[in-house]
Design a protein around this ligand. Structure first.
Ligand code: SF4
Length: 168
């Protein structure tokens, strides 16, 4: 115990240094997404996130969009709890057999016009879990996909760029 305590006090953190924050670029990107949403929809953009079986690292990056650094709500982009209020279904993970029906029902419950975004390599084609007995495959194996955002996991900036492409 004493040895562990000593080592943790004398050694620095083993994680990588964080990337330099570029607040201006993120703000510009988020404002562009908000403008595009107003142009296309006449209002702000509502996003319903669906974890169809991910390892949750994609969710960590998506959650970061709501933290005080990215703070997407200031641009009128918000996550909603019900698919009935959503414009975009942001789906992560390979679709597991247990989540297939939930994804189909969520898709049907979302009013038109709607877009489906597959976020992360697993959502594209099953990623690391492709071929697993527990998975159906990527999101497109279950519902039509309008946009795929690659990455394992995709960064918040990549997610914002993806949303902009979708609305542009
Ligand atoms: S793409 Fe990577 S981070 Fe996202 S669910 Fe798959 S393994 Fe996890």
């Amino acid at each position: 115990m004493r040895k562990t305590l000593w080592e943790s006090l004398t050694h620095g953190p083993v994680t990588d240094a964080p990337p330099a924050p570029d607040d201006a670029a993120v703000a510009e990107l988020a404002a562009a997404v908000a403008d595009a949403a107003r142009r296309r929809l006449g209002r702000s953009l509502s996003i319903r996130e669906i974890d169809a079986g991910s390892c949750n690292a994609c969710e960590l990056e998506i959650n970061a969009l709501n933290n005080s650094f990215y703070d997407l709500e200031r641009f009128g982009l918000h996550f909603v709890a019900s698919p009935r209020h959503a414009d975009v279904l942001l789906v992560t993970g390979p679709v597991t057999k247990n989540m297939r029906e939930a994804l189909e029902r969520t898709y049907r419950a979302t009013p038109d016009p709607k877009w489906v975004v597959a976020a992360g390599d697993c959502a594209l084609d099953g990623g690391l879990f492709a071929g697993s007995y527990a998975c159906v495959g990527g999101v497109s194996a279950v519902v039509p996909v309008d946009l795929a955002i690659p990455g394992c996991p995709p960064s918040p900036t990549a997610l914002l760029k993806g949303l902009l492409t979708l609305l542009g």
